[in-house]
Design a protein around this ligand. Structure first.
Ligand code: AMP
Length: 581
């Protein structure tokens, strides 16, 4: 067996010191003092354990040891009854603390545990499939531990460290132990996916050489919302990179050799959900890491998310489902290419590299508009871009600073997202119409109203249903039974169905008898919980129109872009669309 200098008891003493204080600097100092004493192998293991896991983040192995196996091991080592464990757990609500309390005798095995012993045990546990064999390994490990050691063993194996130690603090301690820059340690840890390796690099002064670990997702850069277009110019100066903001799910794609993996925003592996993307991604030569949005896309426009998203809930992504709700990946950034990490390069350069990849459908890159405009001209141009993006079925715009690096996991001012603040009104359905295409046989188009001062219903808009097929079918039955006037295509119905409608703006219009109309109305959900007496009033709608009026003063769209079904009907293909205007 390899020899490692570190007795586990020393690690435990440092962890106890961290637990004993709430002061960040004291925690940091205790850790730094201890880390500085270790050799490379010990340092690697110790740092990973402080970060709370048995393995490096980039390491895909898991221990998969259940709660009962841990309880059993504690029971056996402590010679305690189940009741004693239960009572102790009531007091601590932490199995590690239970172990520390109940294990009071010396271990029968006199050899003290070392960091090397722990590393070897974790390797063995992860490699063992059968649950009995796994349990035996856990019991053997705990059998050698003192109470103080067992506290942390149990916490680490159980996957719940909670000793008041964030990973950033471990990074700071590493930097302090070896006199390095904290950011450089954080960068090496993030790229390499291994705080143990970052610690060893810090020790040897080789932090700069850290490489991007394959198949270890890194945090995704986030955007800050802007509520008014005029705000953009205050955040950074021209030029601006402008792209559509696609409404789908975030995806980080790692590719190396024949292997492709897709990770979600929460860094979970979701490769299996998008089988149709894997072949095309694999076909792109070389290695790379892409930042992307995955969404439904058909005939050159986005499929409304609420519609497409039903495939996300399915366990098996069948060929039928793929054909019905096809998936496209829009790659908007590249973080690694053929072994070179690109996150420190400016967006303009990353964007060039991204666009030099030969991506073919269903892989795409967003169309890039570079706006080199001053604060006076920018808002009007962004307004046009925004309206065009909405026309294409997208959520809005992303405005990015071409000089900016990629900042993993950060929300900054270098990526701005422009969507309208979502507003909704609760309204009542007054009339319904038969749908088009697939929805020919259901009443899917709703006209709805708010209540005026005199208590009368006033029509304010009309929208295609954003409800599920099942809800629409149920509502169709309901409306057929509650029709007061059948005019063929259109049926006036008993006003008893309350729905929540979202829109971007409300403006004055003579289209409806309320004197108002909505821009981009879409039905969010049924509100069976809300009585008709409680729907929103015309007064509320008017005050929202006043907000719109103020926004228009700062350069928004004119009334020609007002809602709704009239304009949308010209696009027969997406007659069931429920988001876009
Ligand atoms: P939010 O989730 O509201 O913070 O908005 C940012 C999200 O927009 C990202 O997480 C992406 O999932 C998504 N998105 C869509 N299109 C783009 C794009 N062109 N660039 C960056 N993010 C995008």
């Amino acid at each position: 067996m390899v020899t490692m200098s570190g007795p586990f008891a020393d690690w435990v003493a440092a962890a106890d010191a961290v637990r004993a204080t709430t002061k960040k600097l004291e925690k940091q100092a205790a850790l730094a003092r201890y880390l500085a004493t270790l050799d490379d192998d010990g340092l690697r293991v110790a740092a990973r354990l402080f970060a709370g896991g048995p393995f490096a983040r980039a390491d895909e192995r898991v221990l998969a040891v259940g709660w009962t196996a841990l309880v059993e091991a504690i029971q056996e080592r402590a010679g305690a009854h189940g009741e004693a464990i239960g009572a102790s757990y009531q007091r601590h609500a932490d199995l590690g603390d239970v172990a520390a309390e109940l294990i009071t005798t010396a271990a029968s095995d006199p050899r003290p545990l070392t960091l090397a012993d722990l590393a070897a045990a974790f390797d063995a546990i992860a490699a063992t499939k059968g649950s009995n064999a796994k349990r035996a390994l856990v019991r053997a490990l705990v059998a050698r531990a003192t109470g103080a050691e067992a506290r942390y063993l149990v916490k680490i194996v159980g996957g719940d460290m909670r000793i008041g130690l964030r990973e950033s603090l471990v990074e700071e301690a590493i930097a302090r132990a070896f006199g390095r820059d904290r950011q450089a340690v954080a960068r090496a840890n993030m790229l390499g996916g291994d705080i143990g390796e970052a610690a060893v690099r810090a020790k040897h002064g080789t932090l700069e050489g850290a490489a991007f670990a394959r198949f270890a997702p890194i945090g995704m850069m986030l955007a800050t919302p802007v509520l008014e277009l005029a705000e953009v110019a205050k955040r950074f100066s021209a030029p601006y990179h402008v792209e559509d903001k696609y409404d789908g799910v975030r995806a980080q794609v790692h590719k190396d050799g024949d292997r492709v993996e897709i990770f979600s925003r929460t860094l979970d592996r979701v490769t299996d959900r998008f089988p149709e993307l894997i072949g095309p991604l694999r076909a792109v030569p070389g290695s790379y890491v892409l930042d992307a949005e995955v969404l439904g896309f058909e005939d050159g426009r986005a499929i409304p998310f609420t519609h497409w998203a039903k495939r996300l809930g399915r366990k098996a992504v069948t060929a039928d489902l793929q054909a019905e709700l096809p998936t496209t990946l829009f790659a908007f950034d590249i973080l690694e290419r053929d072994g070179t990490a690109l996150i420190d390069r400016p967006l303009a350069e990353r964007s060039r590299i991204l666009r030099s990849l030969d991506l073919r459908p269903p892989l795409r890159v967003p169309e890039l508009r570079v706006l080199d405009l001053g604060p006076d001209e920018l808002p009007a141009e962004l307004e046009r871009e925004f309206a065009a993006a909405r026309e294409r079925g997208n959520e809005g715009l992303m405005v990015k600073d071409p000089r900016s690096p990629y900042r993993p996991g950060r929300r900054g001012m270098e990526w701005l997202k422009v969507k309208r603040p979502l507003r909704t009104l609760d309204v009542v359905v007054t009339a319904v119409e038969w749908g088009h295409g697939k929805r020919r046989a259901v009443l899917s188009d709703y006209t709805f109203a708010v209540r005026d001062e005199a208590g009368r219903l006033r029509t304010i808009g009309k929208a295609y249903s954003g409800l599920t097929d099942r809800e629409i079918a149920e509502m169709t039955e309901h409306f057929l039974a509650h029709t007061t006037l059948d005019r063929g295509r259109l049926r006036v119905v008993v006003p008893d169905t309350v729905i929540e409608v979202a829109f971007d703006q409300i403006q004055e219009s003579d289209r409806h008898d309320s004197g108002l109309a909505m821009r981009f109305p879409r039905i969010v959900r049924l509100r069976p919980d809300k009585p008709v007496s409680e729907i929103d009033t015309l007064e509320t709608a008017r005050s929202l129109a006043a907000v719109t009026e103020r926004e228009r003063g700062s350069g928004s769209a004119g009334p020609s872009e007002l809602d709704e079904s009239g304009a949308r009907r010209e696009r027969p293909k997406r007659a069931d669309g429920d988001r876009a205007g």
